[in-house]
Design a protein. Sequence first.
Length: 303
Amino acid sequence: MNPKKNSFKAWLLAARPKTLAGAAVPVMIGLALAIADAHFSFFIFHFSFPPALLCFLFAFIMQIDANFINDLFDYLKGTDDRETRLGPERACSQGWVSVGAMKVAIGITTVLACLVGLPLIYYGGWPMILIGALCVLFCFLYTTHLSYMGLGDLLVLVFFGLVPVCITYYLQTGTVTPQVLVASLCCGLVIDALLLVNNFRDRDTDRQAGKRTIVVRIGPELTLRLYLGVGIVACLLGFVFALDGHWLAAVLPLGYLYLHFKTCRKMRTIWQGKALNQCLGETARNIFIYGLLVSAGLLLSLL
């Protein structure tokens, strides 16, 4: 049953709460890595709760903001056609949320994200303003321009890997190590799998809409290999954790890799259509499990 227009349920669906797990994973890994590295390197470290909380809140709000922007602009561009759409239903195209209300919501979430991120200046200095501004800017550019140019995967590596993992770590420790950079790349690769399966499902409609995603460019067969590859490479690179004595953080994610293989096999079996939404859900689950396994491995290494 469709929710009442502009109702709480409509806004809840528009916010896409299941995507918040992906926003949380980079911050989880950054925090766990900071705590574990402090123990093994014996540098002075006092866990600071306020910046940790602010990082989580900023990530959550920016994710909701991105979802609202994606919902609105894909509807305005005609990419989200309720008759041809294969993915989960979207609020504007279904008429659950009016265009005017969505524009107001985007303004509110953008401002709220800035207000939440502003106190991070106290912990990380003025560069936090630049980083926050870039997050907001590319949040808009992704849906309006860059995703149509096939640059979405690169943005995932930067804004779901490099930026949140490194900044979270930096705000706790005051530094960023080469291992943290590799860990952020691993995180970005794992989360990019979600974009790959989404674009794999939408490859035909994206091609018709002029959206040159990497799936449209390289085709479905190579995309399946790429999907499998990002998980494998992330787990292989994850053995960098062992260099600092975090063996469990290197080994436990192999459990994620097993699930990743299974989802890839299901994608090949289903191949196209709305049934691929099962794989989208499984990929989101796999990403969260990866974050839990890496974080648990890092923290268990303290025992």
